[in-house]
Design a protein around this ligand. Structure first.
Ligand code: SAM
Length: 423
């Protein structure tokens, strides 16, 4: 039959009547956010080229004019490894200035046929290269440093981890890896053993499961990167609808890889009151002024068996990423380009990014206010009151974008429980 045409951003996509090719309208928010993130990346890319040019001019090298002339031709290269209809790749080509090439890949013949039709229909043949390959093989072909690309987008059905070994190798230093996970049941503690098999971490049933999922996938990307002397710096980590999406930069450096253990923690969760205790896998002590003067030590044995707040035992989950989930200036840049003229989901983007901007960066996970009060079987305190009780006691408090009744705080658990008990 005749295909139907859907419009999203500047792309018009032909969806075959047979619907054998995957298209999910609910993920427009995910695609809008990705376009914003890649716009920021492209902007940084040109800033770096300009700086290089200025440096070379001031060094008065022979090369300067030549390289200067290249700057505007030389945009970023993006691999969309699992492209389905080509929608994302076409939007990247049309909506991000400074894109040199997008490689739109899929393993399915039907999908590749659809990508080809859509690329031509949208007149982006000069920017989008269509590839019919196993995503892993395509990415391995780009793992040599001279072949690396500035960004890799992984948007699989369910779990992305089978693609990570290749993905962490084929992104340039300072390049961006964008990863979606839609297997939320696995990440949210319904199948901890499956989570361990796929992500190398035990998930827990907790009210903070969405942030826990973000920290599990970040842990997984970091450990994959470390095998190649590389490490991640998260730019933005989002929980939305029924999926999570992380945007991380990848860098190389053996010394930083040695500090990874201190960025990963086991999570002890009390089976009675759900209080979390975090234990890093290692401790990095700074001993000098230089960037990489760190000494490593093994942490001491964890909690002595029972939870001090209710006397119950702990479950052990993780390891999870315990560092920041977002980069402050990257998020500000994103907010500054979130324009309703440009993105249909701009209002939602702005809402989510604003909450994210205020999240306490150094506090992993959060309390859920309804869970705290249901644990001691008493009526729930308003979010406002609860927040001010902690603020008045001298602690920092924020929401989390990942859950409605969430409270992040640097108050120790005994202070939180005191507030709950005296209500
Ligand atoms: N990114 C798309 C979007 O935003 O509309 C959706 C991608 S869809 C969820 C996942 C796609 O991955 C499917 O089209 C499937 O054919 C493809 N795929 C699955 N395994 C693959 C592999 N090993 N290599 C390449 N493509 C693969």
């Amino acid at each position: 039959g005749d295909p139907s045409v859907i419009q999203e951003g500047k792309a018009e996509i032909l969806i075959p009547e047979s619907k054998n090719v995957f298209y999910n309208p609910v993920q427009e928010f995910n695609r809008d956010l990705s376009i914003a993130a890649l716009t920021v990346l492209a902007k940084e890319h040109f800033q770096k080229l300009e700086e290089k040019k200025i440096e070379e001019v001031s060094n008065k090298t022979e090369m300067s004019n030549e390289i200067g002339g290249e700057v505007h031709k030389d945009g970023i290269v993006i691999i969309e490894a699992l492209s389905a209809t080509g929608l994302r790749s076409i939007r990247y080509a049309k909506e991000i200035s400074g894109v040199k090439q997008v490689i739109a890949n899929d393993i399915s013949e039907t999908a590749v046929k659809s990508i080809k039709e859509n690329v031509t229909f949208n007149e982006v043949d000069s920017l989008v290269t269509v590839s019919h390959d196993d995503a892993v093989m395509l990415m391995y072909a780009h793992r040599h440093p001279s072949k690396r690309v500035h960004a890799v987008d992984l948007d699989p059905y369910g779990c992305p981890t089978q693609f990570l070994d290749a993905a962490v190798q084929c992104v340039t230093d300072g390049g961006l890896l964008l990863v979606t996970c839609t297997d939320m049941a696995v990440l949210a503690g319904n199948a901890p053993e499956t989570c361990h098999a796929k992500y190398g971490a035990i998930s827990l049933r907790t009210k903070a499961c969405h942030e826990m999922g973000l920290r599990i996938i970040l842990q997984c990307i970091e450990t994959h990167a470390n095998r190649y002397g590389r490490y991640i710096v998260p730019m933005l980590s989002v929980s939305a609808d029924f999926y999570i999406r992380v945007f991380v930069k990848i860098y190389s450096g053996a010394a930083m890889c040695k500090r990874s253990t201190s960025k990963l923690s086991l999570v002890f969760q009390c089976v009675g009151c759900e209080t979390h205790v975090f234990h890093p896998l290692g401790v990095a002590h700074k001993f000098g002024e230089k960037v990489n003067q760190y000494k490593f030590s093994l942490p001491h044995a964890p909690v002595n068996g029972v939870c001090e707040h209710c006397g119950q035992k702990f479950h052990i989950g993780g390891p999870i990423w315990n560092g920041p989930l977002h980069d402050e200036s990257f998020v500000s840049e994103l907010i500054s380009i979130t324009d309703p003229e440009r993105f249909r989901t701009a209002r939602r983007m702005e809402g989510v990014l604003t909450v994210i901007q205020e999240e306490l960066p150094d506090v992993p996970l959060y309390y859920s206010v309804d869970k705290l009060f249901s644990t001691i079987r008493c009526e729930i305190m308003s979010m406002m009151l609860f927040r001010s009780a902690l603020l008045n006691a001298g602690y920092r408090v924020s929401l989390s974008h990942a859950s409605k009744y969430s409270i992040k705080t640097d108050a120790p658990a005994n202070v939180v429980w005191d507030v709950v008990r005296t209500w």
